[in-house]
Ligand binder design. Structure first.
Ligand code: UDP
Length: 341
C-alpha cells in the first residue's frame, strides 16, 4: 500500500501491546514489532495473525540494543513509536530496582536517542495511574499532582514522563502522548489473545479465574480500607478499550506540534475487590469463595479516573462493561490451556 502509515510497537507481543497491534493492523497500519519475549511467548505472534489474517514484521530483541534499533529505523520508514516494552511488577521492582531502572529508564533513553537521530516525531508512552500514588482527591485528573512513588516501578513511570517532557521541550520536532493506564483487564473478544499467566497469575482477574478453576478461595488483601465495603477500589478497563485509546492517540499526535500531553485511560468508575467477586458470582451464577488477608504492602486504597480530557481531546471512550471484561477473561483462560498445556 502506498503511503501506508508505519508504526513501531515496542513490547508488541505483551498484554496491552498485542491488543494494540491487532487494532492498528485492522485499521490498515503497517506494524513493526520489537519484543524480547521476556514477558511473552512467540505463540502470541501466531494468535495476532489468526485474528488479523496478517503478520506484523517481528524482531526479537531488547530495546537496549541500539545497533539493532538503528537497523530497524534504517530498514523501515517509521512515522510513530508506541512504546510498551517495560517491566511491570511492583513487588519485583522492590526486590530488583536496578532491573527496572535499566529496562524502563536506560532503555527508554536508548530508544529516544535513536528516535531523535532519525527525526521521528510521534511517540506514545505507556504510563500508569501509579504516578498519582495515594491521591487526596478523587477522581484523579491529569492535573492531580504526581507524588512520591510507592515503588521503583512507579518511579520509572514518573521518570519516563519527565524524560519525555524534557525531550519535547528541547526538540522542536517531537510530540509525545503519555497514556496513564488504570487497571487493564479482560481479553480480545475472540478469546485468542489475553494476558499470559506464565505460571502464577499476577493480577486480580486471572487470580480469580484460577481460584475458581482450582476451587480455592480468592484471597482479598485487606477489608479495613476507607471504602464502601472496606476492600480497595480500582478503575478496571477492558484491554481492547485501552488498545483503541492508542489508535486515537496516534491520530491526535498528527495534530500536535511539539507538545507533551498526558491522558487518563480508564472508565471513570471505581469498583471494589468485593464488587468484582460479586460480579463473577452473578455471571457464573454460583458463590465465589473468598478469604480476607491482611493488607498487601504498597497497595493504594482507592483510585479512579476522571476521563474527560481523553473523551474530549482523543474522541475516545471506554465501551466495554464489567461483564465483557469477566467473560473475555474467562474465555482466554481456556485458550491458554489449549495453547500451552
Ligand atoms: N487483590 C486481591 N487479591 C489478589 C490480587 C489482588 O485482593 O489476589 C486486590 C489488590 O489488593 C488491589 C486489586 O485487587 O486492590 C487489584 O490488584 P492488581 O494486582 O490486579 O492491580 P494493582 O491495582 O495492584 O495494579
Amino acid at each position: 500500500m502506498e503511503n501506508q502509515e508505519v508504526v513501531l510497537v515496542t513490547g508488541g507481543l505483551g498484554y496491552i501491546g498485542s491488543h494494540t497491534v491487532v487494532e492498528l493492523m485492522q485499521k490498515g497500519v503497517e506494524v513493526i514489532v520489537v519484543d524480547d519475549l521476556s514477558n511473552s511467548k512467540i505463540e502470541i505472534l501466531d494468535q495476532i495473525e489468526k485474528i488479523v489474517g496478517d503478520r506484523p514484521t517481528f524482531y526479537a530483541f531488547n530495546i537496549g540494543d541500539k545497533d539493532k534499533l538503528t537497523a530497524i529505523f534504517d530498514a523501515h520508514k517509521i512515522q510513530s513509536v508506541v512504546h510498551f516494552a517495560a517491566h511491570l511488577l511492583v513487588d519485583e521492582s522492590v526486590e530488583k530496582p536496578l532491573k527496572y531502572y535499566r529496562n524502563n529508564v536506560s532503555n527508554l533513553i536508548n530508544l529516544l536517542e535513536v528516535v531523535q537521530f532519525f527525526n521521528c516525531k510521534e511517540f506514545i508512552f505507556s504510563s500508569s495511574c501509579t504516578v498519582y500514588g495515594e491521591p487526596n482527591q478523587l477522581p484523579v485528573n491529569e492535573s492531580t499532582p504526581i507524588t512520591t512513588p510507592k515503588s521503583p516501578y512507579g518511579a520509572t513511570k514518573i521518570m519516563g514522563e519527565q524524560i519525555l517532557k524534557d525531550c519535547v521541550y528541547s526538540n522542536a520536532g517531537l510530540s509525545v502522548i503519555a497514556l496513564r493506564y488504570f487497571n487493564p483487564v479482560g481479553a480480545h473478544k475472540s478469546g485468542m489473545l489475553g494476558e499470559l499467566s506464565q505460571g502464577t497469575p499476577k493480577h486480580l482477574f486471572p487470580i480469580i479465574n484460577h481460584s475458581i478453576e482450582e476451587d480455592r478461595p480468592v484471597l482479598i488483601f485487606g477489608d479495613n480500607y476507607d471504602t464502601l465495603d472496606g476492600t480497595p477500589v480500582r478503575d478496571y478497563i477492558h484491554v481492547t478499550d485501552l488498545a483503541l485509546a492508542h489508535v486515537s492517540a496516534l491520530s491526535k499526535l498528527r495534530n500536535l506540534k511539539n507538545q507533551y500531553r498526558a491522558y487518563n485511560i480508564g472508565t471513570g468508575k471505581g469498583l471494589s475487590v468485593k464488587e468484582i467477586i460479586q460480579a463473577y458470582a452473578e455471571i457464573l451464577n454460583k458463590p465465589i469463595k473468598h478469604e480476607i488477608l491482611s493488607r498487601r504492602t504498597g497497595d493504594a486504597e482507592k483510585i479512579w479516573a476522571d476521563v474527560e480530557r481523553a473523551e474530549k481531546e482523543l474522541n475516545w471512550k471506554a465501551k466495554n462493561g464489567l461483564k465483557e471484561m469477566i467473560l473475555s477473561s474467562l474465555k482466554w483462560e481456556e485458550t491458554q490451556k489449549d495453547l500451552f498445556s
